[in-house]
Design a protein around this ligand. Structure first.
Ligand code: MRU
Length: 347
């Protein structure tokens, strides 16, 4: 049975696991409609991740983990598990959480098969996916606490994309930090960038902040630099999809411009994410694969065309902010600062 709608006034839930099936709130329909969909295996999980029905680095990792657990339960043969893991891990390339979580579940299934035979693989895979989910929940809660301590005193916070409960368990990453700051100081206000082309800020962050009663104003992405320069922002806080070993960070396209503006104005630019988003195997930002998405996402605004038919488009979904522009990276294990090669390894 699909879950009941998210109760108004409470923190939203993006996904629910019932022990056998994964239920997702289809984020492509928000804020107009709250519709839950039920996934039963790999093809529908890959499809949901690709079309952003579920999104945000930690949550696509969790969805991928449950997707593989369902596949292992249906067919635990090692060949089938590898094919399923590869299909899931490549659904979106930039957020390292997806491949990381899928490989953890694949390894758990493989270990159980080796020790106890294929029949044990499904239970082991489901248990590993549930473990990842609860670890990410705890991580989000802890990093919100560290981030709020770091930013104490800042009251006008600018953020980009959606990094709240729709993107990660608990209250999310950057938005979880902002919510914790607001809990401690009700004068905290958010400037939420709309986040073209798919409007995760306008559709999702605004929906979440409104539900939670956190005061905010929505702005077009191009307004951010001017507001920062004229002293109207105390700090920029964003999420991350992959943090390289040297601290270079991939996040939703437009993040780099905010980092440049923050550096020029001398205000903190803080990245928040769980350690599952830190990829020490990627030496620096040049090695991060940036997902290019469909041209029609740019040629239209929602469903309304805004450019002539067939015009050429560039649509990188992410950009990389070099570590020298990042004031601090907040994780559940604490706050990393430059030199990141040392501080991230130490975490
Ligand atoms: O394309 P999306 O909507 O999945 O991009 C999401 C982001 O860029 C987030 O900032 C990032 O995943 C961190 S989510 C807690």
């Amino acid at each position: 049975m699909p879950p009941a709608p998210n109760p108004p006034g409470q923190r939203a839930a993006a996904l629910r696991w019932d022990g056998e099936r994964l239920h997702l709130l289809d984020q492509t329909l928000l804020p107009a409609e709250e519709r839950w969909i039920t996934l039963a295996g790999v093809p529908d999980t890959v499809d949901a991740i690709r079309r952003l029905a579920i999104r945000g680095a930690p949550n696509i990792g969790i969805a991928g983990a449950y997707g593989l657990a369902m596949a292992v339960t249906t067919n635990p043969s090692r060949v089938a598990v590898r094919a399923a893991a590869d299909a899931l891990a490549s659904a979106r390339p930039t957020a390292v959480n997806l491949a990381w979580a899928v490989e953890r579940v694949a390894a758990a299934a493989d270990g159980a098969t080796g020790e106890l035979g294929e029949r044990a693989a499904g239970a082991a895979a489901r248990a590993e996916a549930e473990r990842i989910h609860s670890e990410e929940l705890l991580a989000a809660m802890e990093l919100a606490r560290h981030g709020a301590e770091l930013l104490r005193g800042a009251t006008r916070i600018l953020t980009h994309c959606n990094t709240g409960a729709l993107a990660a368990p608990a209250g999310g990453t950057a938005l979880g930090v902002i919510a914790a700051l607001h809990d401690a100081d009700p004068s905290v206000r958010v400037l939420a960038c709309e986040t073209r082309p798919l409007l995760q800020g306008a559709r999702l962050t605004a929906w979440e902040l409104q539900r939670e009663g956190i005061p905010f104003e929505l702005l077009v992405d191009g307004a951010a630099a001017g507001l920062i320069r004229t002293g109207q922002v105390d700090a920029v806080v964003v999420g991350c999809d992959r943090v390289a070993a040297n601290g270079d960070t991939a996040n939703k396209v437009g993040t780099y411009a905010h980092a440049l503006a923050a550096a020029a104005a001398g205000i903190p630019f803080v990245v928040a994410g769980p350690t599952s988003t830190v990829d020490l195997a990627t030496p620096d930002g040049t090695a991060i694969e940036v997902e290019e998405r469909a041209a029609d996402e740019v040629r239209a605004f929602g469903n309304a065309p805004v450019a002539p038919d067939g015009v050429a488009v560039r649509n990188p979904a992410f950009d990389v902010t070099p570590s020298e522009l990042i004031t601090a990276i907040v994780t559940e294990r604490g706050v990393a600062r430059a030199p990141y090669t040392e501080s991230l390894t130490a975490l």
